[in-house]
Write a protein that binds this ligand. Structure first.
Ligand SMILES: [Zn+2]
Ligand SMILES: [Zn+2]
Length: 451
């Protein structure tokens, strides 16, 4: 296959028909974020490589194996973002946003890049919705972002979803936990994979989320972080659970969740579904009190989550969510011969300026071929512009669903057509309500005309 007509492995084209679904999802996500007071923050697709080495962690799978890193022509090491948090925190520090009232609550909808084995819902270029609350140390914020994630799933009607939470402690309690892990894994030294042997020295916690099946099996018997929490972390975790209970959010404690990135502290959580195969995590997040300080800022507590758009879409499709149908062309104007195509273009412009989607022939087709095309577009209405119509300034608008025809004046086309459109749309609504809606639209709507 030619490289010119095939996309790189692990990428996807989103074609019309699918793109509307993504836009629908993105709009809902933006609405939910606004409901909880999160504002959109956009950061560059690429950053200095050091940011991710520091911000994600040298010993993580992401940094060691999965980053798209290259040297640019100025000999800088550049990396395509593998996740959204590090860039968000970098922007927060760079623009001094820590001087604004805290917490600062941001969301992003963005593409991310990881060199992984592509599988359903996991591409090398993937898209993430994420939220970050910077400067919020209370367990209430942990509960708030969990509630936001749950709100999103509820809004999309996602059922059979489990919320699993855990605490992975802070640097204080992690010391004794790391020591216990090192003791445990040292006794399996001859069985661990090569990467994990390095991790054993540098960061034994990372062995817990190694993707090798052998390491995974050994990890099952490892010490549990919950048994090593210090008093502060213990109390924080207890309060998160209390908030969730008070807010009516069901959860289970899963002591094996550690999350694959180094910056997490205290609360970690995942929303898991069985509907999309074995690795059914559709949202993961937690607290990362160490990250802002790690990147050179004043130490500030923070928490957030990320949600894969492709995985969310898989989930919605698995449960047969109905997406709104794509917008239809409202009126197709067909000039009966080429001489009338100027008038057809002019009328299209008047319709569009009133907010009516309109199309006409731009391919020099015969009238018959145009009607065929209008059908394929599933235009709701058509209008033929022939000799009579041009001389009398009167034309018939045909409803393509019912076959019904109504007369309009070409001099008042937008107004006449909007009335037809409105009555077609109000057709199913009880007469009294329809009248009221009509009045509202007439008085306050964007499309006004003389009744
Ligand atoms: Zn602790
Ligand atoms: Zn391993």
């Amino acid at each position: 296959m030619s490289l010119l007509t095939s996309k790189p492995k692990g990428t996807a084209d989103v074609l019309p028909g699918e793109s509307e679904k993504i836009v629908f999802m993105e709009n809902k996500l933006r609405e939910c974020a606004a409901l909880y007071g999160f504002c959109e923050l956009r950061t560059p697709v690429f950053e200095h490589t050091e940011l991710f080495q520091r911000g994600v962690g040298e010993t993580t799978d992401v940094v060691q194996k999965e980053m798209y890193t290259f040297e640019d022509n100025g000999r800088r090491s550049i990396t395509l973002r593998p996740e959204g948090t590090a860039g968000t925190v970098r922007a927060f520090l760079e623009h001094g946003l820590f001087n604004e009232p805290l917490p600062q609550k941001y969301f992003y909808l963005t593409s991310c890049y990881r060199y992984e084995k592509p599988q359903a819902g996991r591409l090398r270029e993937f898209h993430q919705f994420g939220v970050e609350a910077l400067g919020a140390g209370s367990p209430a914020e942990d509960a708030e972002i969990i509630s936001l994630a749950k709100h999103i799933f509820d809004l999309f009607g996602v059922e059979k979803l489990r919320l699993e939470i855990n605490s992975i402690g802070c640097p204080v309690c992690r010391k004794s936990f790391q020591a216990a892990l090192r003791d445990y894994f040292t006794s399996y030294k001859d069985k661990l994979c090569e990467t994990c042997l390095t991790r054993l020295e540098k960061n034994p916690m990372r062995i817990l989320d190694c993707k090798s099946p052998v390491c995974g099996e050994i990890a099952k018997g490892a010490p549990r972080v919950l048994d090593y929490l210090c008093a502060e972390c213990e109390d924080h975790f207890a309060q998160v659970k209390k908030y969730l209970t008070v807010m009516g959010i069901d959860f289970t404690v899963n002591p094996t969740i550690v999350r694959g990135l180094d910056y997490y502290t205290k609360t970690v959580f995942e929303f898991v579904s069985d509907a999309i195969g074995a690795q059914g995590t559709v949202c993961g997040g937690g607290r990362y009190d160490g990250l802002v300080g790690e990147l050179g800022g004043v130490p500030l507590p923070a928490c957030g989550f990320g949600m894969g758009i492709e995985r969310l879409k898989l989930l919605l499709e698995a449960q047969e969510t109905e997406f709104p149908p794509p917008d239809r062309v409202q009126l197709y104007l067909a000039p009966a011969n080429a001489a009338y195509s100027f008038e057809a273009m002019r009328l299209c412009e008047t319709l569009r300026s009133e907010g009516v989607s309109a199309q006409t022939d731009v391919a020099g087709r015969s009238l018959k071929a145009q009607m065929k095309y209008a059908n394929k577009l599933s235009a709701r209405f058509t209008l033929v512009l022939g000799e009579d119509e041009i001389s009398t300034h009167l034309a018939k608008v045909k409803n393509m669903d019912t076959g019904e025809e109504k007369e309009v004046s070409l001099d008042r086309l937008a107004g006449d057509f909007l009335k037809i459109l409105l009555s077609a749309q109000l057709g199913d609504i009880p007469a009294a309500d329809a009248e009221e809606i009509k009045l509202t639209l007439l008085n306050g709507g964007k499309n006004t005309w003389n009744v």
